[in-house]
Design a protein around this ligand. Structure first.
Ligand code: NZQ
Ligand code: ZN
Length: 393
């Protein structure tokens, strides 16, 4: 097990009815002037926004609305949010929604605390954020895990760049996790969310550190629970028990816990970010579309041992030979994504013909970086994965 540092400050309030605690939590965490950040309007249609703003009013908390965060949230929109927050004198940013609203809120919180620095410099690693306003979250879709994660992902449309910024400043002050709020989700978004939750643990589990008993055991348990309940919520987002399991797994999967003591890999996320930046595909779809090709490209890194373990402990594959067990596990995982109606190849993304050369350039930052740790992928290997994923199935 490698050494690690783990700091998780987010106060989580979980369960059906938790929404009612939002205003009290806002007050507790210092919110007296709150910028309420949301997306394209699902929280208006569901009534969640009205419930929250009414409760804020009742607690005497001033608020200003800032909607319009799009999936794969845009840098320009976050910059506008920083101006709104400063103009209003916001002391807390409250996100209602999923990763896109939450990441926009995190960016606004970092930007409003450093008004003289353009926020993108933080994402480009040209400046280091020193402080941030507190962020509160009302989660309406289990997926990105941003409600407890240290990360925020933005897209600069002009340069087709999608970048994440990881800092403990990004950890929300509080998160309201009310599984009943996810009942209004379209099935496709549920499937994308379940895929992303699985991937946050898979992208940690496949790493070169093999003597990491507790984190690996937690990762395997989480994967089993998500696989079981993922099928249920994709069939019925109003299944409150299954959605509760999925929502909590979503937070656990990306707060760092399932990879502590390991070495972050996250190659699949990096492959997916280039796809989303270039073709604006949903995050979950960008991951399932490349996972199978990635897995086949890296499974031999340790003589198939890790993937065989995944097959036995997560998929119950009783095959004694490591290579056979590993390949069966990859098949089972890809078939699972297919069962959720997720794309498992680039053509299935239905974005027209995909330029794999361009994707490899974007993903390798113009051939200046490699990705992954389980098996390190340089530009050439990244290109090979995209090319394999681009085969018709
Ligand atoms: O925008 P609205 O109208 O709210 O609609 C959203 C959006 O269209 C809809 N939705 C959300 N809750 C709903 C609902 N529709 C009906 N009923 C509800 N209860 O779902 C759609 C997707 O929302 P979005 O916030 O984009 O989803 P998600 O949570 O998957 O977030 C994706 C973004 O998060 C980033 C992704 O890259 C992507 O940009 N990620 C953030 C991470 C982090 N900060 O730690 C880690 C992840 O790996 C990921 O990269
Ligand atoms: Zn993700």
């Amino acid at each position: 097990m490698n050494s690690f540092q783990f700091y998780l400050k987010t106060e989580v309030v979980f369960g059906a009815g938790a929404l009612a605690q939002t205003a009290a939590l806002t007050k507790k965490h210092g919110g007296s002037k709150v910028l309420v950040v949301y997306g394209g309007g699902s929280c208006k249609r569901s009534g969640v926004l009205d419930t929250v703003t009414q409760a804020l009013q009742e607690q005497g908390i001033a608020y200003r609305l800032f909607g319009g965060a799009r999936p794969n949230p845009r840098l320009d929109h976050a910059r506008k949010g920083v101006k709104e927050a400063l103009d209003f004198g916001a002391d807390l940013i409250l996100a209602i929604g999923g990763g896109s609203s939450i990441d926009t809120a995190k960016a606004i919180a970092v930007g409003a605390a450093a008004p003289d620095t353009d926020i993108w410099l933080f994402w480009l690693r040209k400046a280091v954020p020193q402080k941030s306003l507190p962020v509160g979250v009302v989660l309406t879709i289990p997926a990105a895990g941003s409600e407890t994660s240290d990360s925020a992902v933005l897209t600069d449309e002009q340069t087709m760049t999608k970048r994440g910024l990881s800092t403990d400043l990004n950890r929300p002050a509080f998160a309201v996790l009310d599984p009943t709020l996810a009942a209004t989700l379209p099935n496709y978004q549920v499937s994308c969310g379940v895929t992303d939750i699985l991937m946050h643990t898979l992208d940690r589990y496949f790493n070169p550190v093999s003597d990491n008993e507790i984190s690996d055991a937690m990762a395997e348990a989480l994967l089993r629970v998500v696989l079981k309940n993922g099928t249920k919520v994709c069939a019925d987002p109003a299944d409150t028990h299954a959605m509760s399991e999925i929502m909590w797994c979503g937070s656990l999967s990306h707060n760092g816990l399932t990879g502590l003591g390991g070495q972050k890999d996250f190659a699949v996320h990096q492959l997916g970010h280039a796809l989303s930046a270039r073709y604006d595909v949903a995050h979950g779809a960008s991951l399932s579309a490349v996972w199978g090709a990635w897995a086949l490209a890296v499974a031999d890194a340790d003589g198939y041992a890790r993937f065989a373990r995944f097959g036995r402990n997560v998929w119950g594959i009783a095959e004694p030979d490591d290579k056979t067990a590993a390949l069966k596990a990859i098949d089972r995982q890809v078939a699972y994504f297919e069962s959720l109606q997720m794309p498992t190849s680039l053509p299935q993304l239905q974005v027209g013909s995909v330029d794999v050369q361009e994707l490899a350039e974007l993903c390798s930052y113009g051939k200046t970086r490699s990705i992954g740790s389980f098996k390190v992928l340089d530009h050439e290997k990244i290109l090979a994965v995209y090319a394999a994923a681009n085969q018709e199935k």
